[in-house]
Every structure is written in C-alpha cells, then in structure tokens.
Design a protein around this ligand. Structure first.
Ligand code: CO8
Length: 374
C-alpha cells in the first residue's frame, strides 16, 4: 500500500510537578471538611446536601490514573483556591501555551533531524487554546523560525489525529512539504478541582510530530501513514461552555459549566461499542486484517475503556506491550495521550510492522491512523 505521508519524528513533553492521587484527595477532602463544617446547620436541617469525600482507591479502580503532571501545582492543592496559579504575561512575552508547545516541538524536530526552516506548515491542535488570536501556531512559527503558514485547530481529544489527517492532505495536495503538528494540552486550568466526579481525570502534556512527503523519505525509523479516517457526531455529554461570549452575561460568567463537565457513565456506554466498529471499518476499507496490527496506541482517557475496546475487537486481553497505557503516570492528557503512548512505545517494532493510532473525544470526535514502520 502506498504511503500518503511519513512521520519522520515525534516528541513529548511534560512539566516536572506531579500530583499523586493521595495528594489530590488530601486537598479535596480538606475542602469538603471545610465546606461541610461551615454549612453544618443547613446540612443538619436538610436544606443542603453534605459534600462527599474523594478516594485514591476509587480513582485508580475507576480510571487507572495514579498521578498527573501539571504546569503549576501551586494553587491546585490549596483548599482555599483549588485552581492552578498561572500569572498572565505581557503581549511582548512568549505566551504560556506557545512556550509549552515549543518544548515538544523541539524534541520532535531533533528526532526528525530536521531544521525549523525546513518546515512550511505548523498546526497547533489542542482541546483548549489560550486565546482566540493571534494564533498560538503563528506565535510558534515565529519562535521556531519555520517558513510558510501556521494555524490553530481544536477537536477535543481527537485534536492530534484530526491534525494528522489535515497535514497529510496538505502534503498530498502539495500545499505543504514538511509539517509540524503540536498538541499543547494544558488541561489543568479547565478542571473543576472541586468536583468529586472529575477532579482526578486530567494532566498537562504536549506532543509533536514532523510529517513529510512520502517520496522524499528513506529514513529507517520513519512511519508511513497508510490511511486516516475521521468521525464526528454531536453530543453534549462532554462539554465546556467557556468562550468569548461569556462576558456578555455577567451573572453566568463563573458558573461551573465554564469548566470541563461530563456524563461519565453515558460517555462510557457510547464509546465502548462505537470505537471498535470505527477501527474495524477503517481497516476493512484499507483491506488490512485486524490480526496484522501489532500495536494499538489508543486515546488515554480510561484504562477500563481501552480494555473494553480491545476485548470487543480481538475477543481476548491484550498481550504485554500490544496496547501500551501511559494513563497511570500522566492522567488523561486529551489529544496528547495516544501520541505519548506512540512516542514512548514504537522503537522496538520491526520494519513493516503495522500499528493503529486512535483517538476519541468530545464532539463526539474520533480519528484513526494506520501506520507502518519503514
Ligand atoms: N471518589 C470516591 N467515590 C467516587 C468518586 C470519587 N472521586 N467519584 C464518584 N464516586 C462514587 C460515586 O458516588 C458512585 O457511588 P454511588 O453509586 O454510591 O453513588 C460510584 O463511585 C460510581 O460513580 P460513577 O458511576 O460516576 O463512576 P464510574 O465508575 O462511571 O467512573 C469515570 C467515573 C471514571 C469518569 C467513568 O465514568 C469514565 O471513565 N467514563 C468515560 C468518560 C471519560 O473517560 N471521560 C474522560 C474525559 S473525556 C475524554 O477523554 C473523551 C472520552 C471519550 C469520548 C467519546 C468519543 C466517541
């Protein structure tokens, strides 16, 4: 099968601070005690429901997450504050998200043995963008010194796979020759750290890929992109209403719906049947048997979801290394998750090996990429 484009380098970056489940629950439970104590009379009178404590055991069992990296630990674990403290910068300073993106971009360029000036397309694709304009990608273009053009896009947890398809299409059509895709997922500011159902889910991370035309490459460690497939179907089960119109209704501006919220059970039930069919349909279109796939780099939202998806497709548990999970150490890093898994766990595969990179996320959105080692 003819390669459409080739991945010649990848990289990932996480900030140093980590928060373990124990640390997270200690802070959350201190907040719960404080609220319940100061509202004791209302709770006793039955006019207010007491808040319930969170537990590290529940988090690990329900999600597989044990810790997460964050850009600013300060503030998150303070029961009086419970959000990261991230000072805003002047317009003439590099923005927080651009700086974050730069870390993984430089790693991918080094892995690709490629100069920034050889890049003629930069796509920054992430669930959350720090501002509307000027584009973070355009700022990154300047910081790196790349040529051509750059733009931002956002497709929830599928931001990375959607970007792979659009960059591949640009390369195939000739509008770009070498593309840099970056997924700077700074998730911690959009978490409701006071919400027991979701305070444990996310972590911060950035990933990057360098793609180029298939005709040019003969690097032994490259990955051919043999096919891409995207899917979307509207759902409000994973949602965040933060946006540029919020300030037009000042009464509503700091409500919890301006942060991440979800119907976790419903999402679970929706994705588990959907993703196996989506992957299998794509492989059928490409005439590749599922049994030929040596590795599954899946979106890292929940270890139980991934096991479910794998078992539905293959009728058995994954063999060691067949479906690498990074969730325990990083949490859900949105679109960066499947690429961290790819970046960490691809080097051992032999020439010709096939792998699936698959994301699923808010929207709903899903993206599948069939890769082959050169
Ligand atoms: N500590 C202790 N107990 C808790 C806690 C807590 N922090 N939170 C809930 N509980 C309790 C509840 O109170 C409940 O107890 P009871 O029955 O006595 O009231 C019990 O635990 C079970 O609660 P839930 O049913 O809410 O818990 P789940 O087992 O469903 O686990 C999850 C919660 C982990 C969020 C789970 O629902 C889940 O993973 N859902 C899938 C959604 C997901 O992964 N979201 C992640 C972010 S979104 C994303 O990455 C994209 C997802 C895919 C989108 C689809 C694309 C096609």
């Amino acid at each position: 099968m003819q390669a459409k484009a080739v991945i010649i380098g990848s990289g990932h970056y996480v900030p140093e601070p980590t928060i373990t489940n124990d640390e997270l629950c200690d802070a959350f439970n201190a907040y719960v005690t404080q609220i319940n104590t100061s509202n004791k009379a209302a709770i006793d009178a039955g006019t207010m429901i007491a808040l319930r404590e969170s537990s590290p055991e529940f988090i690990t069992k329900a999600s597989g997450i044990q810790e997460r990296h964050v850009i600013a630990k300060e503030g998150i674990l303070d029961p009086q504050r419970m959000q990261p403290l991230i000072p805003m910068r002047q317009d003439d300073e590099i923005s927080v998200q651009c700086e974050f993106a730069l870390q993984s971009a430089q790693k991918a360029l080094t892995a690709a043995n490629c100069d920034a000036k050889d890049i003629d397309l930069v796509i920054v694709s992430a669930s959350n963008l720090q501002r509307l304009y000027p584009g973070i990608a355009v700022e990154l273009q300047k910081a790196l010194g790349t040529r051509g053009f750059a733009y931002d896009m956002t497709v929830g947890c599928s931001s990375s796979t959607f970007a792979i398809q659009v960059a591949t299409d640009a390369i195939v059509s000739g509008s770009a020759t070498r593309a840099l895709i970056v997924n700077p997922e700074i998730m911690s500011p959009q978490i409701n750290w006071r919400d027991r159902d979701s305070h444990f889910i996310f972590g911060d991370a950035s990933t990057a890929l360098v793609l180029e035309t298939a005709q040019r490459t003969n690097k032994p460690k490259s990955w051919n992109i043999l096919g891409t497939k995207l899917y979307s179907k509207f759902s409000s089960t994973v949602r965040n209403n933060s946006g540029y119109m919020n300030r037009c209704d000042p009464q509503d501006i700091s409500e919890d719906d301006k942060l991440f919220y979800q119907q976790g059970r419903k999402v679970f039930k929706d994705i588990c049947p959907l993703i196996p069919v989506f992957i299998q349909e794509h492989l059928e279109e490409l005439k590749v048997p599922l049994s030929d796939i040596k590795r599954f780099w899946l979106h890292q939202a929940n270890s139980n979801i991934n096991l479910h998806i794998f078992k539905r497709m293959k009728g058995r548990e994954p063999n060691p290394g067949e479906m690498p999970m990074i969730l325990n150490e990083y949490g859900n890093t949105s679109s960066a998750g499947s690429l961290i898994s790819f970046d960490k766990y691809h080097d051992d595969l032999p020439s010709g090996a096939l792998g699936i990179l698959c994301s699923f996320g808010a929207g709903y959105s899903a993206g599948n990429v069939l890769l082959q080692r050169q």
